[in-house]
Every structure is written in structure tokens, then in C-alpha cells.
Design a protein around this ligand. Structure first.
Ligand SMILES: [Zn+2]
Length: 494
């Protein structure tokens, strides 16, 4: 070990010094060095030294050689000391370098640590910033979506408002149209009442206007209104026992048929009790009565409306009938069943109102005809029952025989002259009496569910083939009624 080495060397060095001292002081025991050596080496060592020195003196070597040796030793020691000191210095230097290196490394580590911390901090700040950015973007997106949704909602509301406004405007337009239609209808009614009042001596314009006709919506060929007056059920009083359709003026030149219906309406205006539900049409053929002077039987198309109703095998049978009359223009049945607006509307009125009986007023043959179930009245006033049979295309044939709705045909005695007031009242009483006992008729009621089916079958009648037309043309012209019709030999019977 270096320390021990040093100590051993020091010890040897001490021994040399002792020897020198002894030589210089004649080996006095009292010299400090000797004392020191004695103290260190003890009794035995001193004796040893003395012996060695004595040996040396005896050999004669000690005097100069010894001094030389000691000097070298000292120098050696000195060199060793210097070496040691140098080593020590180097060691210290190395330690210092090591310490500095450690310090530098520590500093470096700390710096790295600091940099890492700085980087982490920066990273964290960056992450924080990105998070904040993302949150901001999210918030902006949500805001934008909200704004978009609000905008869409606002637009929807606006669109709804526009839609509502549009609907309102359309409704207003419809209402206006309805109102103007109603106004137009009332205007037509008023104009027609004026024409009726001017045409018929027994009906004044004011009495017509006072009747407060409704506009049925139906129009004649020439656009005149087909007037209708309803006497509705009076349910607070009683339930009506049946529905009655009363019509006049099917043939425009039968003035009295219109006037009498107006008279009976005056009675109903006063005495309608709700016993029956009435639809009254005083003038089915306004064009025939009002647009020609004198009035004509036919409508503005030249069609006999009482030959234009749907009946079985309409084309063939009306063609034969018309041929037999010598193609009398007054009997022209039209081109097809219900080809005319007036007859078409009448048939629709029957289909929708579903009358239990139809009273149709004509002139001038002074009789009573009846079609359909079950029991005809024997007389109405002075008019007596005379069954005329079924004409192709007539109302009695169509409604009475096909649809099983009783049709009372009142043939007044004169087309131009009115019956007396008593006769008009008498006819009315007889009619109401018959109605009381004969409607509703179960046969009629039971037939209504089949109305559409019967109607379709009637209207599906086949048109004539050329051969059939030729066959009809080859038939003799009788110039008279069909053979089934009895009693009356006149082409003008209804
Ligand atoms: Zn007639």
C-alpha cells in the first residue's frame, strides 16, 4: 500500500538520520534524533543500530561513502517525494477533472432534463392549444349547425306562412268563385223570372222572384238556369213520409204546365207542413218556353226531352218510333239517351234526390197517365186515368217502368188556358191524398239500390247497325201512335 510504503521508507530514512546523528555527536544517547529513534525502536533496536554502526566503523566504509549514500537517499527521497507530490497533484488533477467531468455531465444531464421538461411543456402547451383549437372548432361547428337549423326552421316557418297565405288566397279565390258563381246563379234566376213573368199571364215577375228559387247549377242548351225550389223536411214537426219531385214545362209550348206548378208552389209556400219533402221544377225546358215566340215543344237542339230518357234498347226503339211518326220534328228523340243537358240533369236529379214519386205536368189532352208501381190514382180533379202506354225515351217509361218510381203524368186540358182556381185546388187535394196513401212504396224503395246497375244497362244500349237502319227505313209509316197506345189518336200526346 502506498501509505505503508511511505511509512516504511520514512522509517528507513529515520534510521539513516539516526546513524548520521550518532556519528556527529559521538553517539550520545541524548541526541534528539537518537532519542526519537530509541523511542521508536525500543531497547533492542538501539542495540542493533549500535552494532551496525560499530560494524561499519570497523570496516571503514562509513566516513565518506556513507555520506554519499545518505545524500543520494535524500535526493531519492526528495525525488520520490516530488514524484509522490506529482502523483498526488496528478491524482488531484484527475480527481478534479473527474469532478469537473461529473459536474459537466451533471450539468449536461440537468440541461437535457430541462430541455426535456421544456419540450414536454411545449408539447403539453401545443396539445393544450390543439385541444382548445379543436374545442373552438367544435363550438363553431355547433354554432354553425345551430344557426343552420334555426335558419332552416325560419325558412320552414316562412314557407308555412307562404303556404298558409297561398292556401288562404286560394280559399278566398274559391270563395270568391263560389260567391261569384252564386251571384251569377242568382242573376240568372232573376233574369229567368223576368222572362217567365213576361211570358206567362198567370205568373208575375215578382211572384217568381218571391218564390226564391235556387239555382240548381243546371243549364239549358242556351245557358238558362233550370230553377228549383226545395220544400225541405220540417224535422221539428215531423219526419216526411216521402220525397216528391214535381216538374212542369218539359215541353216548352205547354204554358199551363208551368203556370199550374207555380200555383201549387204558392200553396206549398203557405201550407208546407213537412208531410213531404218536395223538389219543384216548374220549367225543365226554359229554352223552349222563353227563347222562341211562340214557344216550342223541343229544346234548343230540337230534341223532345220526353223521348231522350234512358229506356231499354233506346237507339232501336226510338228510331222505330220516330220513323212511325214520319220523322215528326216534334218527336225527335235526340242522338243518344240523355244527350241533352236538361234531360241529363233531370236524370241526375232523380238519381240523387231519390223521389218516391214524380209528378210531371203536361198539356193539352185532359187526362191522367201513370207509369210504375203500384196503384195509379183514378182521377186528379177533373182528369181521369187513361193509360197511354210506354213511349221509348219517355220519363214515365224510364223512371216508372225501369226504375220503379211511380210517375203521375197530369195532362191539363189546355196548353194555353189555365184551369179554374177550384180545379187547380181540387187537383192538388187529390194529388196529396194519393201521396198520403201510396208513398213510400216498398217496390220503389227496394229498387233504389239497383238504380246504378239499371242505369248502366239502359245506357249501354247498342247503337244501330247499318242493316238495322235500313230495316227501319223499310218499315211503313203509320203516322200514328204505337199500337200499344190506346184511346188517343194524336201525335201530340205526351
Ligand atoms: Zn208535354
Amino acid at each position: 500500500m502506498p501509505t505503508q510504503f511511505v511509512s516504511t521508507r520514512s522509517f528507513s530514512f529515520s534510521l539513516c538520520l539516526i546513524s548520521i546523528c550518532m556519528l556527529m555527536s559521538s553517539c550520545g544517547v541524548g541526541s534528539p534524533l537518537a532519542n526519537k529513534a530509541i523511542n521508536k525502536g525500543g531497547e533492542g533496536s538501539i542495540a542493533e543500530i549500535r552494532k551496525t554502526e560499530a560494524d561499519k566503523s570497523e570496516s571503514g566504509e562509513i566516513e565518506s561513502g556513507e555520506i554519499e549514500s545518505e545524500k543520494a537517499k535524500a535526493e531519492k527521497a526528495k525525488a520520490e517525494k516530488a514524484k509522490a507530490e506529482k502523483a498526488k497533484a496528478e491524482k488531484a488533477k484527475a480527481e478534479k477533472a473527474k469532478a469537473e467531468k461529473a459536474k459537466a455531465e451533471k450539468a449536461k444531464a440537468e440541461k437535457a432534463k430541462a430541455e426535456k421538461a421544456e419540450a414536454e411543456k411545449a408539447e403539453a402547451e401545443k396539445a393544450e392549444a390543439e385541444k382548445a383549437e379543436a374545442e373552438k372548432a367544435e363550438a363553431e361547428k355547433a354554432e354553425a349547425e345551430k344557426a343552420e337549423a334555426e335558419k332552416a326552421e325560419a325558412e320552414k316557418v316562412e314557407a308555412g306562412k307562404v303556404e298558409a297565405g297561398k292556401a288562404k288566397a286560394e280559399k278566398a279565390e274559391v270563395d270568391k268563385t263560389e260567391a261569384s258563381k252564386a251571384e251569377e246563379g242568382q242573376k240568372l234566376v232573376a233574369e229567368e223570372c223576368t222572362r217567365i213573368g213576361n211570358k206567362l199571364s198567370s205568373v208575375t215577375v215578382n211572384s217568381c222572384l218571391d218564390s226564391q228559387f235556387s239555382d240548381s247549377g243546371a243549364r239549358s242548351v242556351k245557358g238558362q238556369a233550370i230553377l228549383i225550389k226545395e220544400y225541405p223536411p220540417l224535422l221539428e214537426k215531423r219526419k216526411p213520409i216521402g220525397r216528391v219531385l214535381l216538374l212542369g214545362g218539359t215541353h216548352g209550348d205547354e204554358y199551363s204546365s208551368v203556370s199550374v206548378v207555380f200555383k201549387w208552389m204558392q200553396t206549398l209556400d203557405k201550407y208546407h207542413s213537412g208531410l213531404f219533402h218536395w223538389h219543384v221544377l216548374p220549367l225543365l225546358n226554359p229554352d223552349g218556353l222563353l227563347l222562341s215566340s211562340p214557344a216550342v215543344r223541343l229544346n234548343a237542339h230540337g230534341v223532345d226531352l220526353n223521348r231522350n230518357m234512358p229506356t231499354p234498347d233506346w237507339y232501336k226503339k226510338t228510331a222505330i218510333y220516330w220513323h212511325e211518326t214520319g220523322k215528326d220534328p216534334r218527336r225527335y228523340p235526340g242522338t243518344a239517351p240523355l244527350s241533352e243537358p236538361e234531360s241529363s240533369w233531370l236524370y241526375e236529379e232523380i238519381r240523387t234526390f231519390k223521389p218516391d214519386v214524380i209528378i210531371s205536368v203536361h198539356a193539352p189532352y185532359g187526362l191522367l197517365d201513370f207509369d210504375g208501381p203500384p196503384d195509379a190514382p183514378n182521377k186528379i180533379g177533373q182528369l181521369h186515368l187513361k193509360l197511354l202506354g210506354a213511349y221509348p225515351g219517355s220519363l214515365g217509361n224510364s223512371a216508372g217502368n225501369q226504375h220503379h218510381i211511380p210517375v203521375i203524368t197530369v195532362e191539363l186540358p189546355s196548353a194555353g188556358a189555365m184551369p179554374s182556381q177550384d180545379e187547380i185546388s181540387s187537383m192538388w187535394m187529390d194529388l196529396v191524398g194519393w201521396l198520403r196513401h201510396n208513398i213510400p212504396n216498398p217496390v220503389t224503395v227496394d229498387a233504389y239500390p239497383e238504380f246504378e246497375q239499371i242505369s248502366e244497362a239502359l245506357l249501354a244500349s247498342p247503337r244501330l247497325t247499318k242493316q238495322e237502319v235500313a230495316e227501319i227505313e223499310a218499315m211503313p209509316i203509320t203516322g200514328n201512335r204505337q199500337s200499344s197506345v190506346v184511346s188517343v189518336n194524336s201525335l201530340d200526346i205526351d
